[in-house]
Design a protein around this ligand. Structure first.
Ligand SMILES: [Fe+2]
Ligand SMILES: [Fe+2]
Length: 189
């Protein structure tokens, strides 16, 4: 189901002379918007009562996180490592993605009738909160990306295009997604 990704790697390093102008669609803006969206759904989950609503929110959260972690792993993280050589930050972020992926697969296989469903979603929200903080904090990944020569505008375009492609694929393949077929969304490494 997962389409083979052509590696059309354009240069994602800024020419040294060009200034770092944050644009509306730059990589950091796009990734932060994803973070805010998922945080909002986690909050709604905590106050939801009906099982059907919890199920709907959990599916949205899992789908959004799968797409988000995949575009980061395929596009943003490699560009970050190349530009900054910040191996520790990069590797820790990837390990955190792997941890989240396991829990996402378990949530997708279970449902609100499962005694552990709420606990899994709550623990996932805590893991993501920690991970988002690592990315957004002072001296974190995004701050270091902004200080580097990464071309955040070009990366933003690549992230947006890949996100649209993955969400399109998820919409047509949503049945296998609901079965929790996590192997179809392995990170592109
Ligand atoms: Fe992120
Ligand atoms: Fe991440």
């Amino acid at each position: 189901m997962a389409k083979a990704r052509k590696t059309t790697r354009k240069s994602t390093r800024r020419a040294k002379s060009s200034a770092s102008r944050p644009t509306r669609n730059d990589a950091i803006t796009l990734l932060k918007a994803d973070h805010r969206q998922v945080e909002d759904w986690f909050e709604q989950f905590q106050s939801a009562r009906a099982g059907s609503r919890k199920q709907e929110l959990a599916q949205k959260i899992c789908q959004a996180l799968k797409v988000h972690t995949q575009i980061e792993a395929e596009i943003f993280y490699p560009a970050f490592l190349e530009a900054t050589q910040e191996k520790d930050i990069h590797h820790e972020a990837e390990v955190e993605h792997d941890g989240a992926k396991k829990l996402i697969a378990e949530i997708e296989k279970s449902g609100p009738e499962d005694d552990y469903f709420d606990a899994r979603v709550t623990v996932l929200s805590e893991m993501i909160k920690h991970h988002v903080n690592e990315e957004e904090q002072r001296d974190g990944m995004f701050a270091k990306a902004k200080q580097s020569d990464m071309d955040l505008a070009a990366l933003g375009e690549q992230l947006a295009a890949r996100k649209a492609e993955l969400m399109d694929g998820a919409a047509t393949g949503s049945r296998s997604m609901r079965r929790g077929d996590a192997n179809t969304t392995q990170l592109g490494r």
